[in-house]
Design a protein around this ligand. Structure first.
Ligand SMILES: [Zn+2]
Length: 276
């Protein structure tokens, strides 16, 4: 009796199959713990090499149209892939930049803390770059239709994206303005606590945005009440209430950020001091 041990090995790591890879059009090596490099494969159209902890680089693959390389902690760059249309590179902490990919239509790069900027991608239609704390700007993307850049605290503004129809930018706590986007139909900008202006959209979620014009008007009776009561010494505690601070310290005002932080800490959605 002999004991047979099966060693699961991807086609690239298996010396017995090495001669078979050159002509491949589709290659799946997802999850290979042994993989360190990928050879130049001139006919490759689709490459799936996600969750490969040892992988540090992707070669230039002239015909590649789709690349899945998410959750590869050793990956530090993506090469110029002139025919690439879809790139999934989320959860790659080593990525600090992406090259110009002239045919890219879909980009999934969420949870990439090293990304500080994105290139101009002329054919990009869908961009999912949420949870990227290093990202400080969204470039001009003339063909973008869907954007999810939620929870990106480095974003303070968005460009005019002429073809955008759906925008998710909730939890962007430093975003102060969303420009008029001529084709926008769906907007979720909830919890953008510094947001001063947003476009008029039929389908909108904007709770937790105290500085929007509509929110300020709704709070006016509260504020008048506070101003009147705060002249009396025994109501001095009201000056530390959320509503008071939200009115008197705008995000852009001197002291505003400090008061905002203090409000976040002490009065998280707590209006218990105010009874109208
Ligand atoms: Zn392998």
């Amino acid at each position: 009796m002999s004991i047979t041990t099966t060693i699961v090995m991807c086609i690239l790591c298996d010396p017995a199959r090495a001669d078979k890879v050159q002509s491949l059009a589709h290659l799946n090596v997802n999850g290979c713990k042994a993989l360190k490099t990928i050879p130049v494969l001139p006919n490759l159209i689709e490459l799936y090499c996600s969750k490969c902890p040892g992988l540090t680089a992707i070669p230039v693959l002239p015909n590649l149209a789709e690349l899945d390389c998410f959750a590869c902690p050793g990956l530090t760059a993506i090469p110029v892939l002139s025919n690439l249309t879809k790139l999934c590179c989320w959860n790659c902490p080593g990525l600090t930049a992406l090259p110009v990919l002239p045919n890219l239509a879909e980009l999934y790069c969420w949870n990439c803390p090293g990304l500080t900027a994105l290139p101009v991608l002329p054919n990009l239609a869908e961009l999912y770059c949420f949870n990227c704390p290093g990202l400080t700007a969204i470039p001009d993307l003339p063909n973008l239709t869907w954007l999810n850049c939620s929870n990106c605290p480095g974003l303070t503004a968005l460009p005019v994206l002429p073809n955008l129809t759906k925008l998710d930018c909730f939890d962007c706590r430093c975003l102060t303005a969303i420009p008029d986007l001529p084709n926008l139909a769906v907007l979720n900008c909830s919890n953008c606590r510094c947001l001063l202006t947003r476009p008029s959209v039929a389908n909108v979620h904007d709770f937790g945005c105290p500085w929007l014009e509509s929110r300020r008007a709704a709070r006016l009776p509260q504020v008048i009440y506070l101003q009147r009561r705060c002249r009396l010494r025994r109501f001095v505690r009201l000056t530390t209430s959320r509503a008071f601070n939200e009115h008197f310290f705008a995000p852009s005002q001197k002291g505003g950020r400090w008061h905002k932080r203090r409000m976040e800490q002490d009065f998280e959605f707590n209006h218990k001091h105010i009874r109208l």
